[in-house]
Ligand binder design. Structure first.
Ligand code: G1P
Length: 279
């Protein structure tokens, strides 16, 4: 299975940090966000990846490319551990890049990857969200293989937050697996069918491309992937039980960095001591 990683958005909620650098390249602790996303795809068994980029996103390509000068210098300085890390990034996956010419919504971004998909089901991992815990994309692939239909990851969010997400309604067909009956992108509070939000991980059958083409601009006057998915006949949702970090806002980004840093024994205690100075 291939994966499409949309990473073309402007990151306006993170300005000025994202003025000249893609939000997907913001470091979460010591790695750019998109590296976590690509690592999730790899661990889920996918190594053929299409990243949808836009203008000002060239540093994403540079990050996953070879850096001869850097490798040469690290080698000369005998910094073997860092050198190994730098080389590993280049060897991660087979990545190709397509550009979304006009920023016309997530649905349109996915459509830019159509000619790389060959009529097969494919995974979508949003480039600005990190999952932590069970492998989210692997879970979707397993349910897709069982039912043969598009499958999306969902999780419960607090009711006052439903207007930030795509929200789904449906009925549970097995533990934590739902047959989805309706999807609505960023409903107004009070108009959401449930508090089950789309988390930014999907496995989609290739007929989604025709559905995107039939989809009129919706929320924010953009072609929404959620609206195109709601045109598919059968869609399943799996409740993701791990953590999801949205890097597209300041708090989400800060929390994710602290969370990842706390996993590093070298800094954990010092970071804790520092945070305590604010109490
Ligand atoms: C996108 C999707 C939305 C989903 C969200 C998850 O929205 O359109 O359905 O719930 O990602 O992060 P965005 O956050 O890009 O506005």
């Amino acid at each position: 299975m291939k994966a499409v990683i949309p990473a073309a958005g402007l990151g306006t909620r993170l300005l000025p940090a994202t003025k000249a650098q893609p939000k997907e390249m913001l470091p979460v602790y010591d790695k750019p966000t998109i590296q976590y996303v690509i690592e999730e795809a790899l661990k889920s068994g996918i190594d053929d990846i299409v990243v949808v980029t836009g203008r000002n996103k060239r540093s994403i390509e540079d990050h996953f490319d070879k850096s001869y000068e850097l490798e040469y210098t690290l080698q000369k300085l005998g910094k073997d551990r860092v050198l190994k890390q730098v080389r590993k990034i280049t060897d991660l996956a087979d990545i190709c890049y397509v550009r979304q010419r006009d920023l016309n919504g997530l649905g349109d971004a996915i459509l830019s990857a159509e000619r790389h998909i060959d009529g097969e089901a494919f995974a979508v991992l949003l480039g600005d969200s990190i999952t932590k815990g069970p492998l989210c994309t692997k879970g979707l692939i397993d349910v897709y293989e069982k039912y043969g239909e598009s499958t999306i990851s969902i999780r419960e969010v607090p009711n006052p937050c439903v207007d930030r997400y795509g929200i789904v309604g449906g009925s549970e067909v097995e533990e934590n697996v739902y047959k989805i009956s309706n999807l609505i992108e960023k409903p107004k509070i009070g108009q959401a069918p449930t508090n089950l939000a789309i988390t930014g991980r999907y496995v989609l059958t290739s007929d989604i491309f025709d559905k995107i083409k039939e989809t009129e601009p919706g929320f924010n006057d953009e072609v929404q992937l959620t609206d195109a998915i709601s045109k598919l006949n059968d869609v399943y949702g799996i409740k993701y039980m791990g953590e999801v970090f949205n890097i597209e806002n300041r708090l989400g980004w800060l929390k994710s960095s602290i969370n990842m840093a706390m996993e590093d024994d070298e800094f954990k205690q010092e970071l804790l001591n520092y945070m305590k100075t604010y109490i």
